[in-house]
Design a protein around this ligand. Sequence first.
Ligand code: AMP
Length: 291
Amino acid sequence: MEILKSPRDMRATAEEFRRQDLSLGLVPTMGYFHEGHLSLMRRARADCQRVVVSLFVNPAQFGPGEDLGRYPRDFERDRDLAAAEGVDVMFAPDAADMYPESYATYVDVERLTAGLCGARRPGHFRGVATVVTKLLNICRPTAAYFGRKDYQQAQVIKRLVADLNFDVKIEVLPIVREADGLAMSSRNQYLTAEERRQAACLFRALARAQELYAAGETRPGRFVDEMTAVITAQPPARVDYAEVVDAEELTPAGTVEAGNVAVVAAFLNQTRLIDNTILGKEYLGAEVNTC
Ligand code: AMP
């Protein structure tokens, strides 16, 4: 596996792949790999002749007071895991090369970023849309791979790619979960053993939403109340949001129907976790660890 730091070298390597008519899969990440990241790499590896994984803790998507400084990092471990998945290139730029002092251009996806994490983390999706735009321009991949765990992010990126006429296929892959249902996340690293156990309440709230849906409930308020109750019943967990939204527009569902998405964000003390489930389309049973 080749490791490239400079955007110029990455662009030249990707250009060479294109010249040889090789399809290229891009997996954008912030590192500290877990099975969720590896599932994206595996799919890219199966689909494409060349695979690039980007590893960049993007300062532009962290707000003041967020966890940029203490975001978990382990370059050697990530490098070995990516190499073991057959990744061809790891692109790990420095912030100063992605955002030099002269930097002045940002990408704002409107409307879809108004609610949920966009409302609670001002500027977050502007940072995400900007870095994804840069990565797509540097690598010009055939396909780019994202996880459904960050549901709003995936919708924002699909919109961005359609609106700005990027010639890339966006693949959104299933959420990889721990045995108790907790969605894998680099941020799970922040949890103490006790918080880690308590964190399963997000998954239980989503499983409750699936149950309500299966029982024929259609009033969004009932979903909100029940998901909130499940999370609140597990102190110190605090709900940041719990909603049922339209799958594409992310607006609150009027009447809950199949394909709507139940989304939750909750704090375990200082750590903020998110998760979601597509109502009526997946089974959140105890033994299922990919859904
Ligand atoms: P991150 O490094 O957290 O920015 O994540 C990089 C990519 O991995 C994003 O597209 C995430 O949505 C995806 N991802 C993170 N956690 C999971 C998970 N548990 N299952 C599937 N994909 C995930």
